[in-house]
Structures are given as C-alpha cells and as structure tokens.
Design a protein around this ligand. Structure first.
Ligand code: PMV
Length: 327
C-alpha cells in the first residue's frame, strides 16, 4: 500500500523528573520498574518533521541536519516500524529533527525527540491516535518520552505491559509558581547510556529494592505537594529523590557517577542559597547538569549567582511547558 507524502511537523518539550524513572522491567517494551513524575519545560523542545514517501528505498534520518546511524538510528526505526504496523503501510520515511536542547547532556533531548517523532510520524502515516496511544508509542523509543506528550506535571504509570504503561497529566502547573533554572556544565554526549546504567543499577546495586520503596513514598508526597501547591515540599522531595537515584549508580558494580566536580560544587551552592533563605532545590538526571527549582521571587538572584559562577550563557531559566502540538 502506498501513502501520500503528507509532511507533518510536531513539537514536543523535554521534561525533568521530580520522582525519577531508573530501571526497566522489560527492556524491549520499556516498561519501568516504578512510576515516575515529571514537569514538562517550556524552553527546551524538539521539532520533528516526518513524511512517508514511496520513492524512498530506506528511512532517511537526520537530527540537527546530520544523518544518524547505529544505535540512534535503530531506536528511531523501531518507532517508525511501530507506526507503519499500526497504519498498515511499508513506506519508508524522511525524518528531520531539530533540537532546541543540548543533546544527551542529561537534559533529556531523547524525551522531546521521541515524543515529537511519535506525534509527527503517526499523523504523517494517516493515524489519528489519542494522547494515551502516543504516550505508549513514544515510551518504546525512550521511556521518559512517554511523559513529554503532556504538559505540566505528568505521571508515567509503570504498568505491566504495553497497554498499561503510559503517562497522564496530573496538573497543568498553571497554579503553582515554579521556575526551573538549567545550569549547563557540559554540553557533550554522556559517556554512560541511561539504558546500560539502569540495567547495572537493577542488577547490581544492593540498594535497588529500597529505591523502589523510596519512589513509592515520594510519588505520594509529590502528588500531595502538587495538589496543595506546596513548593517547598515539592522541591525538597525532588532533590532527595534525585540524590537517592544517583546513589544507585555509585552503589552499582562497576560503580560510577554522572556527577563531575562542578556538579558537586553547584549542588553545595544550592544548599548555601537555601541557608540564606533563597528557596531553591536541585535535581540532576543522567549527566552532570543541574536543574534548580525555584519560585518567581528568587529567580533573578539565582540567575545572577550562577551566572557569576559558570557564565550567563550556561544558565537558562524556563517554566512549565505544554504538551505536543503540530506546527
Ligand atoms: O528515558 P531515558 O532512557 O532517557 O531515561 C531517563 C532517566 C532520567 O532522566 C535520569 C530520569 C527520568 O525519569 O527522566
């Protein structure tokens, strides 16, 4: 069967996890060990254009104008194949993606990338999927992408199979004053893939079973903080959750950490600011960069302090963002 060459562009935003996803129970379907909760961010996003074209003899895949190969290409093809299966087509696709996110530096370009790819590809293939279906599909490209389909505060329900593992919006984040300041320490690609590091944590960290208990408790606390607009409860719970996630890589065999020296120094600075009554909290994903959670009243001071330390070009403030949209 052939398809027309309808070209569709979708935009999806990255998200930062407040209760982290760290560990899969099914590597192929990407079913996580636990639920997670994130906040979608306004200023970091990916635009992806997809067109299925029966003139093509292979998928043509570009990110930021450069062809992609190997592992990266295989993951994109996996999602395209899922879409082709659903749409009952076997046409190859031209995919072109532009990141407005420093790639693979723990700022989750994979989350926005796979969410945008899923949305653009499914619509270009003529499918009209629900957000829940898009979340299930995006999940199979990159777990955290399941959450980037939605805006605001989002929960990814771990589930047990493809059907039951998807994200939903908890709250639009319109009624809680929250800002996020990204501190970019390193823009280069991370050395340890999150997939590999998660597997090592699940299989070798003696703390892994305890982590699952920590998450169960933090999910309840963060949900309550979102409901009651309690910024300090949300921030303090997120920071501790992030530190406990990073304790998993430090307690894996072989042990390692995503932190570098500057990560530690800047985490200390966040604590110092807090001691000076600046309400801010830090979170760190699979890379050395830090995201500082704060409120409007403290935003300028936080930007000034960190700009002096790492340069204003490495301090990017943002706020809650929206779910996917088509351009
Ligand atoms: O979706 P992945 O494979 O990029 O893993 C994301 C893992 C963390 O960012 C560290 C945590 C999370 O929940 O996003």
């Amino acid at each position: 069967m052939t398809t027309d060459k309808q070209e569709i562009t979708a935009r999806a935003h990255t998200n930062i996890a407040l209760v982290k996803y760290w560990g899969k129970k099914d590597d192929n379907l990407i079913i996580p060990q636990t639920d997670s909760i994130s906040l979608t961010l306004a200023d970091f996003y990916t635009d992806t254009t997809v067109a299925f074209d029966d003139q093509l003899s292979a998928d043509s895949l570009k990110i930021d104008n450069k062809p992609i190969f190997d592992k990266e290409a295989l993951k994109v093809q996996k999602v395209l194949d899922l879409v082709r299966n659903l749409a009952k087509i076997n046409t190859y696709a031209k995919v072109s993606s532009t990141n407005h996110v420093p790639m693979a530096a723990g700022l989750a370009s994979s989350a926005s990338g796979f969410a945008a790819l899923t949305a653009a590809a499914s619509r270009a293939a003529g499918l009209d999927l629900s957000d829940t279906d898009l979340s299930r599909l995006a999940r199979q490209g990159s777990g955290s992408a399941s959450r980037s389909i939605f805006g605001g505060f989002v929960q990814w329900h771990s589930g047990n199979d493809n059907e039951t593992s998807f994200a939903t919006q908890i709250d639009s984040a319109q009624n809680l004053d929250i800002k996020v300041v990204a501190l970019i320490i390193k823009k280069s690609r991370k050395k340890h893939s999150s997939t590999q590091a998660m597997r090592e944590s699940v299989e070798t960290s003696p703390y892994y079973p305890v982590w699952c208990q920590v998450v169960a408790k933090d999910l309840k606390t963060i949900t309550q903080a979102i409901r009651t607009h309690d910024f300090d409860l949300l921030g303090s719970t997120s920071e501790l959750n992030a530190m406990r996630m990073h304790a998993l890589t430090l307690s894996s065999d072989p042990a390692f950490t995503y932190f570098n020296g500057q990560t530690i120094e800047l985490l200390e600075k966040v604590k110092e600011l807090r001691a000076d009554n600046v309400n801010c909290y830090a979170t760190v994903d699979a890379g050395p960069n830090i995201k500082v959670l704060c409120q409007s009243k403290d935003l300028n001071q936080i930007i000034t302090v960190f700009s002096q330390l790492i340069g204003p070009e490495n301090v990017i403030a943002t706020e809650p963002g929206s779910g996917i949209r088509y351009l």
